[in-house]
Write a protein that binds this ligand. Structure first.
Ligand code: 4EZ
Length: 232
């Protein structure tokens, strides 16, 4: 099997690369793809750079160039739901782009013609995540993740995203991965650990918790990989 793991920032994939030593790397389109061989399987790991466009390029390259058959995103997010605290893990049940607005033409917020407001992640990968959580006694939440090309650090903007999309967490790449994987028919899941609460303290919290939360997400993804490859 060939699996792709994507992060947005280098901090989000460093814990993976530290655990998976012997790798080769290939550069394509300004990104480095780290190749890891595990007992007849191959894992590609890359950080895309921040934002939906970069994530779309990295995800497309993983699938079309490296033939990845499953895509897992690992990283951090801002918590929107009051029951999500720093360090908590959330799986994106479905992804949306809260910054898409062609409502001037009567379309719903977040909707692009011939696409959908919400793109669901893969049930099988999500089930594997829940199994890992159960086995490890980890509290894994699941909810809508909203993506947009803004770092949300404002309670008003945060409330607006909750109101219009019912989202539990906010970040800047998940929906791009969802759109690409959906169109190319590749199963994907989006896992994030909370680094901040997308409010007035988000910038300070993000700087403080990026490393620890990114590691929580990466450690969890490693356990998912073990499950996936064990079962073939
Ligand atoms: C984007 N990522 C943040 C990148 C911030 C600073 C140099 C996740 C994220 C996020 N995105 C964590 N908290 C967020 C928030 N409050 N709003 C948007 O995926 C780069």
């Amino acid at each position: 099997m060939i699996i792709g793991i994507i992060g947005a920032m280098v901090e989000e994939i460093t814990p993976l690369l530290e655990r998976l030593k012997h790798y080769e790397s290939k550069n394509i389109g300004g990104n480095t793809y780290y190749e890891v061989k595990i007992g007849g399987h191959t894992i590609y790991i890359a950080y895309s750079k921040i934002g939906k466009v970069h994530a779309a390029l990295t995800c497309s390259t993983m699938i079309l160039h490296f033939q990845c058959e499953k895509i897992i995103f690992s990283g951090v997010a801002g918590g929107l739901s009051p029951d999500l605290h720093i360090g908590d893990l959330i799986l994106g049940s479905k992804l949306c782009q809260y910054d898409v607005d062609i409502t001037a033409f009567g379309h719903p917020l977040g909707f692009i013609p011939e696409s959908r407001v919400f793109i669901e992640s893969d049930e099988t990968l999500n089930a594997i995540a829940h199994r890992v959580a159960q086995n490890q006694h980890i509290n894994l939440k699941e909810g809508i993740i909203a993506s947009g090309d803004l770092f949300i650090a404002d309670s008003g903007k945060k409330q607006w995203i909750i109101q219009h999309f019912g989202a539990s967490a906010v970040e800047m790449e998940g929906a791009a991965v969802a759109v690409v994987c959906d169109l190319l028919k590749v199963p994907f899941c989006i896992l994030r650990s909370i680094s901040d609460s997308a409010d007035g303290k988000a910038d300070v919290n993000f700087d403080e918790f990026l490393e620890s939360s990114a590691k929580r997400s990466a450690d969890f993804v490693m356990m998912m990989i073990d499950q996936i490859l064990e079962k073939k």
